[in-house]
Design a protein around this ligand. Structure first.
Ligand SMILES: Nc1nc2c(ncn2[C@@H]2O[C@H](COP(=O)(O)OP(=O)(O)OP(=O)(O)O)[C@@H](O)[C@H]2O)c(=O)[nH]1
Ligand SMILES: [Mg+2]
Length: 464
């Protein structure tokens, strides 16, 4: 696909379904003229930019709707082109009619993300910022929102720009040396260059490291609640959600399939998964399938909540032995986990403290039924993924594409350093510097291809 910006695009920018208002957005050189063709009211082509106009949308002699049209003339608009936004009443039928009229008058239906693509092409924002627009629209929690706004406002781009500029300065000096290679001169101060490469390596590493958290912020943290039948897993899910979501009963094997619900803790989204109780000797086919899914959920989860019944552990030491075995297994497999003893209301705090003395600091004793100590458990889940890592300022990389490019930047920085350690010739170092600059530029879109852009923007919604 090759991009053609001479035409005018149109899309419904509000979500489908009934609403108080629905917005049709037009962008391109003919945007205002097209709106004017179907608008009964003032002559829109003669109105100043950044103004609102009340009038009717007409299909011949038929009134389609009463609307307000907003005008933004390029370059001071979202896309950098002329934009007209028609705010209609939010009926799917009305919006479709207005869309059809716009297309009958010369506008073309926009592709997904095409408004933002045009904004990028017209230099209104770089690629990292454009991608943050999609993240912002998709953000469902405070931290995801904050990360997207930071990138959208150019925070991440600024970090990268500074790195690029410093590197370009040095690269120019080294290339200058190459021009004078006969004379054996050094324009680029190697000590300073070394320090720069070290600084850039640390900064890139920090950005790349933030992706682990960024991924959590963007996609949420999956938490599998596992344990024997009747431990109270479904009761715990309900207590965490504060609603009666899952069926609870004293029949072992109540939950047959996994149930997933989201919970926001301090601005981070957790996906809680209640599973079927795992017992070793089941013969029930459905239960076995449920158990299989539980194990699967556990293996895929970011965090495991291992729940056991303190009443049972008071009866038999076998239960606490199993808890200790699980703990060792989790530690060995480097799985993030919390061990939770349930039914402390019935078993008594004294038993709990005594039976798990050796690993006390790793444990929580709760009553899921009476919602005791649930707040502390929530805080523990939050701490497992976010403690000390979420700051109010600073960039958190949430985009896998950016992370991939940062990894390449890091590799080339290491190559530059190794090259300098081994006194390799300037022209080879210069190659590594260019590779580094290339990947830095790839993030912000200074170097890109149409295929890449197609791929990136195809994931946007239509109308943005
Ligand atoms: N005393 C007491 N009973 C509880 C507590 N939590 C759950 N129960 C009871 O334990 C029984 C089992 O609870 P569920 O939540 O269904 O247990 P589960 O782990 O989901 O069980 P399965 O789905 O069968 O694997 C029910 O009768 C609950 O009322 C608690 O904190 N204290
Ligand atoms: Mg259950």
């Amino acid at each position: 696909m090759t991009y053609d910006y001479s035409d005018t695009i149109v899309a419904i920018s509000t979500p489908p379904g009934e609403g108080a208002i629905g917005v049709i957005r037009l962008s391109g050189s003919q945007a205002i003229a097209v709106a004017n063709e179907i608008f009964a009211g003032k002559d829109l082509t003669r109105q100043p930019t950044h103004t609102l106009h009340f009038g009717k949308i007409m299909d011949g002699n038929t009134i389609v709707d009463e609307v307000v049209v907003s005008l933004f003339k390029g370059p001071k608009s979202y896309t950098g082109e002329d934009i007209a936004e028609i705010s209609c009443h939010g009926s799917d039928y009305v919006l479709q009619q207005v869309m059809n009229l716009c297309m009958a008058n010369g506008a073309r239906m926009a592709k997904p993300g095409e408004f933002t693509l045009r904004a990028f092409m017209n230099g209104k924002m770089d690629l990292a910022q454009a991608e943050a627009v999609a993240d912002l629209i998709a953000s469902h929690s405070a931290t995801a929102h904050r990360a997207a706004i930071h990138t959208l406002r150019g925070g991440f781009s600024e970090d990268l720009k500074q790195m690029r500029e410093q590197l370009i300065q040095f690269s120019a000096l080294i290339e200058l040396e190459l021009d004078f290679s006969q004379e054996d001169v050094e324009f680029a101060d190697r000590t300073k260059f070394y320090a720069l490469i070290n600084r850039l390596t640390v900064a890139t590493q920090q950005l790349a490291d933030s992706f682990q958290l960024g991924n959590v912020i963007k996609n949420g943290v999956s938490v599998a609640i596992i344990g024997r039948p009747n431990a109270g897993k479904s009761t715990l899910l309900n207590a965490l959600l504060n609603e009666e979501r899952a069926i609870v009963s004293d029949i072992a094997g109540t939950t047959r399939d996994t149930i997933e619900e989201t919970l926001n803790i301090n601005g981070i989204l957790f996906r809680l998964i209640d599973t079927a109780g795992i017992r070793e000797h089941s013969v029930d086919v459905i239960e076995l399938q449920g158990i299989e899914r539980s194990v699967d959920a556990m293996n895929k989860a970011d965090v495991v909540v291992y729940l056991f019944d303190l009443v049972e552990s008071r009866k038999s030491k076998e239960v606490s032995d199993e808890v200790l075995r699980k703990k060792d297994a989790f530690d060995k497999a480097e799985i993030k986990y919390v061990l939770v003893g349930n039914k402390v209301d019935e078993a008594g705090e004294a038993h709990a403290q005594e039976a798990f003395k050796s690993i006390r600091e790793k444990m929580f004793f709760i009553s899921a039924k009476n919602k005791e100590n649930i707040g502390a458990l929530k805080q523990a889940l939050y701490n497992l993924v976010a403690e000390g890592k979420i700051k109010q300022e600073g960039t958190i990389v949430t985009n896998a594409r950016h992370y991939g490019a940062l990894t390449e930047v890091l590799k080339s920085l290491i190559d530059i350093k190794t090259g300098m350690d081994n006194n390799i010739p300037g022209d080879l170092i210069s190659l590594d510097i260019r590779r580094c600059l290339y990947y830095l530029g790839e993030i912000t879109g200074e170097v890109t291809t149409e295929d890449k852009l197609d791929y990136i923007f195809s994931k946007f919604c239509i109308g943005k």
